[in-house]
Write a protein that binds this ligand. Structure first.
Ligand code: F6P
Length: 466
């Protein structure tokens, strides 16, 4: 069997290249090993009808990476438009931020169709397709229209919201019907999968039994595959990163002071404003924690051409300035705020340096930063993870200090508790979380999904009801 993996963003495997987003970083080590072909956007666009899509192909471990120039006329409507101004807010339960024009939807469908045509070039007779994420909800249907008969799987890295929220997306019915061209649809959590199935049952009025949907397109299985990381690789990266100049400089600058760290794309789903307010509250309630702990917040710019992101950038920058203005001293900055990306080879060392990892999204599919923070800790003296109960990771990492990201006081208390936590409790919690990470690695996730995808065509497997 040969595997073709598709995602909008791809990673090129350069160790110190900054990574924006969990998906590309997570897929890289497995794709390298499995010998799959990974197809995605080059980040560049090209004019013209593109009957023959232009792809730059390079080796990637045992496999290959193919980066496509997407059609210039449709890129904006697809990426900034329908994918990130209609689907992204809906998937993160921000129906108030949904903006979509008919043209954006048309461009989204055009790019899905374009990608389907391009994929045929990489198909072998025994190829299986695995499509990633909300950029390509309709890609399976486009491939079927072009005659593809092989198994096609889809994995959604974001949450899937309630029926009421997803119904706020223009053309929701058409899109979800198109998704039924997939043989297997994977979700991060039971709740996401159940939300999807409840739409299929109640809005599409289709039969669903044990996660298997029967429709005019055939049978589609919906199931849960929580994505993991490679904890050993991350721990090794952390050890190595401790001598990286950025990490050495950070440690020197701390002068014995403790550090809390947040690492996020600058996105409204990440709850950055509430997090900063929680630190403000903590320093107000516990002035003894001033000069004792500072926050390093890395907020990598993202989707800057979209209004909601531009507004967020100004809002967070202002909040940080206000909090630093109130609590700062001539020789102490409470929040170190960086608008840039770092490679994993540095991030791992920053995580190990921080006594507290703060991962407090309002909604998140999984949030791999939470898992990476845990894996990067030193076993003898691990830090504490403060984690939003609305991140998919909270289902597995229940030994973290779980918080409600809307409760500013509660988060302030949790960070203060994390800072005061005795070593024995820190170790106990960390060991419990590491056990979960070792049980659900990225390699396991990949293997489980591919096996389930193949099984959708295996008449001997019990997953297909008679
Ligand atoms: O959460 C799903 C995801 O695909 C992540 O990989 C990433 O955080 C984001 O969405 C995509 O971001 P971008 O628009 O920068 O590719």
């Amino acid at each position: 069997m040969s595997l073709v993996v598709v995602s909008n963003r791809v990673a090129r495997g350069k160790p110190n290249e900054p990574m924006t987003g969990g998906l590309a970083a997570a897929l890289l080590p497995v794709v390298e090993k499995t010998g799959a072909i990974w197809v995605g956007s080059s980040g560049r666009v090209r004019d013209g009808s593109q009957k023959e899509p232009f792809a730059e192909v390079e080796a990637l471990g045992a496999g290959a990476l193919a980066m496509l120039d997407l059609p210039a006329a449709h890129y904006g409507g697809y990426y900034e438009g329908f994918a990130n101004s209609a689907l992204w807010p809906a998937l993160h339960s921000r129906a108030d931020l949904i903006r979509a024009s008919q043209d954006d939807y048309a461009s989204y469908r055009e790019v899905n169709a374009f990608m389907a045509r391009a994929l045929l070039r990489f198909r072998k007779p025994d190829s299986v397709f695995w499509i990633q994420d909300y950029h390509f909800l309709a890609l399976g249907a486009e491939l079927r229209d072009l005659g593809a008969t092989q198994p096609i799987g889809f994995f959604l890295h974001t949450p899937w919201p309630t029926r009421a929220v997803i119904s706020g997306v223009p053309h929701h019915r058409e899109l979800i019907e198109a998704m039924l061209a997939y043989d297997l649809i994977g979700f991060q959590t039971d709740e996401d999968c159940e939300n999807f199935l409840s739409y299929v049952r109640d809005d599409l009025e289709l039969a669903v039994q044990d996660g298997i949907i029967t429709s005019l397109s055939g049978r589609t299985r919906a199931a849960v595959f929580p994505i993991g990381i490679d904890p050993d690789r991350f721990a090794q990266q952390a050890t190595k990163a401790m001598t990286h100049p950025d990490v050495t400089r950070l440690r020197r600058s701390l002068n014995g002071e403790k550090l809390a760290i947040g690492v996020d794309r600058l996105d409204y789903s990440k709850g950055l404003g509430n997090r900063i307010k929680a630190f403000d509250r903590m320093w107000t309630l516990h002035p003894n924690l001033k000069r004792t702990v500072s926050l390093l917040q890395i907020a990598t710019p993202s989707r800057g051409a979209i209004e909601a992101y531009g507004n967020l950038q100004s809002e967070i920058a202002k909040l940080v300035t206000d909090v630093n203005g109130v609590h700062g001293e001539v020789d102490w900055t409470p929040i170190r705020y960086l608008n840039k990306g770092f490679g994993q080879g540095v991030l791992a060392g920053l995580y190990r340096t921080a006594q507290v990892g703060v991962v407090t999204p309002l909604q998140d599919g999984m949030n791999l930063v939470a898992k990476e923070y845990v894996a990067a800790q030193h076993p003898a003296d691990p830090g504490v993870l403060v984690l939003s109960k609305f991140a998919g990771a909270a289902n597995e990492l229940d030994a973290a200090l779980l918080v409600n990201p809307h409760d500013i006081d509660g988060m302030a208390r949790a960070v203060a508790a994390a800072l005061a936590m005795p070593l024995a409790e820190r170790r106990m919690r960390w060991e419990a979380m590491m056990a979960r990470l070792n049980n659900g690695t990225i390699q396991q996730w990949f293997a489980d999904f591919i096996e389930a995808l193949r099984d959708t065509r295996n008449p001997d497997k019990a997953i297909m009801p008679a």
